[in-house]
Design a protein around this ligand. Structure first.
Ligand SMILES: NC(=O)c1ccc[n+]([C@@H]2O[C@H](COP(=O)([O-])OP(=O)(O)OC[C@H]3O[C@@H](n4cnc5c(N)ncnc54)[C@H](O)[C@@H]3O)[C@@H](O)[C@H]2O)c1
Ligand SMILES: O=C(O)CC[C@@H](O)C(=O)O
Length: 528
């Protein structure tokens, strides 16, 4: 199989080496596509790599019938419609750590340029003027830097600002007084940061709750003569409110790397002498660009080859040490889910997954996703995957619950899946047997021992003499060879089940013939 990869924004040549080394990957570098051209062409690609320019909209995602992965060479994924990607089962990855230093260094560079008016003085001198008294700046030492958003970049900015002998106060919903003490900075509420800082820098993502975080009301709370820096995302600051605050002398100056609309050629903030700006250059260093491209290239290769990624955005990442423990159960979970999907044709209301024995001590969320994927696969085929399984279940009104119990009924590990529909509950249980691999060990309350693979004929029947022979004969007449057979019953002469492993898929006419036998209550062909 050959994978088609589209690189839609400029990426470092050295960084995409891991992709170029793959013999089964054809790479198209098309960095000047219009959105219409992208829409027309996206249908043939398996992977799409972008930076911040390309807008990966719902329309593009819905036209991307083969697309499996969108890789954002950088942090912010606000140019990608994540909901659309998740709904369509497309994994989104980014490179969250690769440009942290560059963005933090750029923030400090912008703050120092702002405090000493370096860009303005530079332009003046280039214009053959020697204006020493016009460009008097302020020192950073002893001033307070307010940081809003203390994630990767905010934290690096905090440490660098301490190096400038600044006092640092930060607000982040996940930041505590204890953490502040450890870092040697101050903890503040948003209001406290706004009220006490001489310089304010924002380092949050652009989200619903951070859109226009710095607005008219926020500027009103700030000290007179405050300086503002935004090297995170345009839109965190309300640009109109910033403009008014600068014109009214509330804000002494602003350093902006990012804008509500980019490219920000006609932005009127740029007309103000108090505003210095760069065209979204926070991550534009040789090192950051190489690192982001390397990180996303590795993720694209490993996802297309092995279904594994390091930096998923729309799927929780699983640490390696946890993954190594649960990985052996992935196969079992999906097969049990798929097996169970054959046992009912009714709408499923609820799925309960019971993790028992050693499984009860593990991080099982990825197994839950795989179970649900298996359960939905019969109906949704390739449209369900790890990314969208839980989303699709929720959309179909299926409640999924994880339960952990120490009851293992003699097994060291036991995974039991139970579905509830209007006519009641059905369940299947499986285990990993040491050295022997996966086994289905229970169907409803019947005990069995079957490998969860291949073609299975599943029969509900009355336990009575001759029934097994009759079925064997009938399958023989239909050219179906029985590989293994498992039978269990509730009571002698009562209800019973039979699981026949057969060598090839069983056709409908064979199932109909089996169903005609008096002893048979129901029969299903299961293909795992
Ligand atoms: N200018 C550039 O070229 C450039 C480069 C890299 C990153 N960025 C941007 O910088 C920003 C930060 O990146 P990061 O890697 O540090 O992200 P991060 O996820 O590590 O940190 C973001 C922090 O913001 C906090 N946050 C969320 N909502 C908040 C709120 N309402 N108030 C206060 N804090 C809030 C989160 O708790 C988190 O700690 C992102 O927007 C990213 O896109 C820009
Ligand atoms: O692609 C870029 O250079 C911008 C990257 C930056 O905005 C990010 O969020 O990582």
């Amino acid at each position: 199989m050959t994978y088609h990869i589209l690189i839609a924004d400029p990426l470092s040549d050295d960084g995409i080496q891991p992709l170029q080394e793959q013999e089964d990957m054809l790479i198209d570098m098309k960095t000047d596509l219009t959105s219409n051209e992208l829409l027309e062409q996206i249908g043939k690609y398996d992977a799409l790599l972008v930076r911040s320019q390309t807008q990966v909209t719902r329309e593009i995602i819905e036209a991307a019938k083969k697309l499996k992965i969108i890789a954002r060479a950088g942090v912010g994924v606000d140019n990608i419609d994540l909901n659309a990607a998740t709904e369509n089962g497309i994994i989104v990855v980014n490179a969250p750590n690769a440009n942290t230093n560059s963005a933090a260094e750029h923030t400090i560079a912008m703050m120092m340029s702002l405090s000493r008016k370096i860009p303005q003085a530079y332009l003046s001198l280039k214009g053959k003027k020697w204006e020493r008294s016009k460009y008097v700046g302020v020192e950073l030492k002893g001033k307070t830097l307010g940081i809003i958003g203390l994630g990767r970049i905010g934290t690096e900015v905090a440490y660098r600002a301490k190096g400038q002998r600044m006092n640092v106060i930060a607000y982040d919903p996940f930041f505590t007084k204890e953490k502040a003490e450890k870092m040697g900075i101050s903890y503040g509420t948003l209001e406290e940061v706004l009220q006490t800082a001489d310089f304010i820098t924002v380092h949050t993502p652009l989200l619903k709750n951070t859109k226009h975080l710095l607005n008219k009301e926020a500027f009103a709370m700030m000290k007179d003569g405050v300086h503002i820096i935004n090297c995170a995302r345009g839109g965190i600051i309300d640009e109109k409110a910033l403009y008014d605050a600068i014109v009214s002398n509330k804000v002494a100056g602003a350093a902006l790397d990012v804008f509500e609309e980019e490219p920000a050629i006609d932005n009127r903030l740029l007309e103000l002498p108090e505003v210095i700006a760069t065209p979204h250059l926070g991550a534009s260093t040789v090192e950051a660009q190489e690192n982001v491209a390397i990180d996303v290239s590795h993720d694209v290769v490993s996802f297309l080859h092995e279904g594994v990624v390091q930096n998923p955005v729309n799927l929780p990442s699983v640490p390696k040490e946890i993954m190594s423990k649960i990985e052996p159960y992935f196969y079992l979970a999906e097969k049990l889910g798929k097996f169970l999907s054959y046992l009912t044709d009714e709408v499923i209301d609820e799925v309960n997954i019971y993790y028992s024995g050693e499984l009860a001590n593990m991080e099982v969320a990825p197994l839950t996703r795989n179970t649900v994927k298996g359960l939905l696969k019969r109906y949704l085929g390739i449209h369900v995957n790890d990314v969208n399984a839980l989303y699709l279940a929720e959309r179909k009104g299926i409640a999924v619950h994880e339960n952990k119990t120490s009851l293992t009924k003699g097994f060291t590990n036991l995974l039991t899946i139970e579905i509830t529909s209007k006519s009641g509950k059905r369940s299947v249980a499986g285990t990993l047997l040491n050295g022997l691999g996966a086994r289905i060990v229970k169907v409803d309350h019947y005990r069995v021992d079957v490998t969860p693979e291949g073609h299975i004929v599943f029969i509900y029947h009355h336990d009575q003499p001759g029934v097994i022979g009759k079925m064997g004969n009938l399958l023989g007449e239909h050219d179906i060879n029985i590989a293994t057979m498992q039978v269990d019953r509730a009571d002698a002469g009562g209800d019973a089940i039979m699981l026949l492993k057969v060598d090839k898929p069983v056709k409908k006419k064979t199932l109909d013939a089996l169903q005609q036998l008096n002893e048979i209550k129901s029969v299903k062909a299961i293909n795992l």
